[in-house]
Ligand binder design. Structure first.
Ligand code: NAD
Ligand code: TYD
Length: 350
């Protein structure tokens, strides 16, 4: 039986990747390694937790000795590395945490893979999951391609850029078989409600203000999370070692336009009079170093590996809103306790 390590599998994207791989590859043991930070939740994986080809390990990728032992014990054939601190606003409040997890944690995993695979790298792969934010910010024109120069602005994107460089360095210096993908903003079920879409759905539901940073003119390129997971599957199995693939759905939205769509759909679903939720929109102080626009050119992935997004945004956002409305218990559970404190701190001076 092949053994695959997925890190960060209890988080938003990781849980979708774990679910896809556990169900699609019953002959492969999927080991999910996660520290279960505020963003990691085993409730995200209830439907696969009893499958015979699934195992959960609680642990911290920053602990190099522990990681090496885990690799020695399991002798993984492949790694899909998603564990990270992932929220830009938190990286502004506490940059150092991002260096530990995103940079040191990644290097620990690279060291462990190198130590157990040694020269024997046939059929082995270290897949590093990254973000389009490493490319920096676009003006009104153009798109990020795989050759766009890195230009990160937030501590989050700087830490992800650094980890990407280490992954490439281990390929070039030590011949480690690696592949990297850089994806645009994801949306869908199981996303922690600190990111724009689930936060605003939750706030609209609870009649709380919708804190729009600056004028709401920043543009993000949104991809349905299950399409990201499918892209990871395609790249893991068909991608060329040493290569980078951009993933995105050609789906750009100005924040304020997207927020108005959320308000309209929520009014309809909650049986509120049209225009009710838009009244919650509150313009607040802009995020420091706020990137103006992200847009991904995923032509390489589409042409070379045949991946295309399966869902149009209109359908995806309806499904997503429905999911958050139907999963009130999940929302309650993840937004209790520490979440309340985080929320008060993050927005008190805005
Ligand atoms: P997330 O914050 O929802 O989940 C991160 C997971 O990593 C959590 O389960 C958390 O418990 C775990 N984790 C954090 N620190 C850890 C540590 N030290 N050791 C072990 N586990 C740890 O993040 P996400 O949105 O699912 O993002 C997953 C990956 O995809 C990240 O690498 C992120 O940079 C990348 N990415 C995210 C997006 C997006 O829109 N969310 C877009 C492109 C790329
Ligand atoms: P976010 O979901 O944090 O993703 P990222 O910063 O990684 O792109 O934010 C998406 C956009 O929404 C970004 O331009 C910042 C903006 N935003 C707000 O206007 N208000 C908010 O409360 C949040 C969390 C984000």
């Amino acid at each position: 039986m092949k053994k695959l390590l997925i890190t960060g599998g209890a988080g938003f994207i990781g849980s979708h990747v774990v679910r896809l791989f556990v169900n699609k590859y019953p002959d492969c043991l999927i080991v999910n390694l996660d520290k279960l930070t505020y963003a990691g939740n085993l409730a995200n994986l209830k439907d696969v937790e009893n499958k015979p080809n699934y195992e959960f390990v609680k642990g911290d990728i920053v602990d190099g000795d522990f990681i090496l032992k885990l690799f020695e014990q399991h002798r993984f054939d492949g790694v899909i590395h998603l564990a990270a601190e992932s929220h830009v606003d938190r990286s502004i409040s506490n940059p150092t945490e991002f260096v530990f997890t995103n940079v040191i944690g990644t290097v620990n995993l690279l060291n462990a893979a190198r130590a157990i695979w040694k020269g024997n790298t046939k059929d082995k792969l270290f897949y590093h999951v990254s973000t389009d934010e490493v490319y920096g910010s676009l003006g009104n024109e153009g798109m990020f391609t795989e050759t766009t120069a890195y230009d990160p602005h937030s501590p989050y994107s700087a830490s992800k850029a650094s980890s990407d460089h280490f992954v490439r360095a281990y390929h070039d210096t030590f011949g480690l078989p690696v592949v990297i993908s850089n994806c645009s903003n994801n949306y869908g079920s199981f996303q922690f409600p600190e990111k724009l879409i689930p936060l605003f759905i939750n706030n609209i539901k609870n009649n709380k203000p919708l804190p729009v940073y600056g004028k709401g003119e920043n543009v993000r390129d949104w991809l349905w999370v299950e399409d990201h997971a499918r892209a990871i599957d395609v790249i893991f199995h068909k991608g060329t070692k040493g290569e980078t693939y951009n993933i995105g759905g050609h789906n750009e939205w100005k924040n304020i336009d997207l927020i108005k769509v959320l308000c309209t759909i929520m009014d309809r679903k909650l049986g509120r009079k049209e225009g009710t939720s838009e009244k919650l929109i509150t313009y607040v102080t802009d995020r420091a170093g706020h990137d103006l626009r992200y847009a991904i050119d995923s032509g390489k992935l589409q042409k070379e590996l045949g991946w295309v997004p399966s869902l149009q945004f209109e359908e995806g956002i309806e499904k997503t809103i429905e999911w958050y409305l139907e999963n009130e218990e999940w929302l309650k559970q993840v937004t209790s306790g520490k979440y309340q404190k985080y929320y008060e701190n993050m927005y008190k001076n805005r």
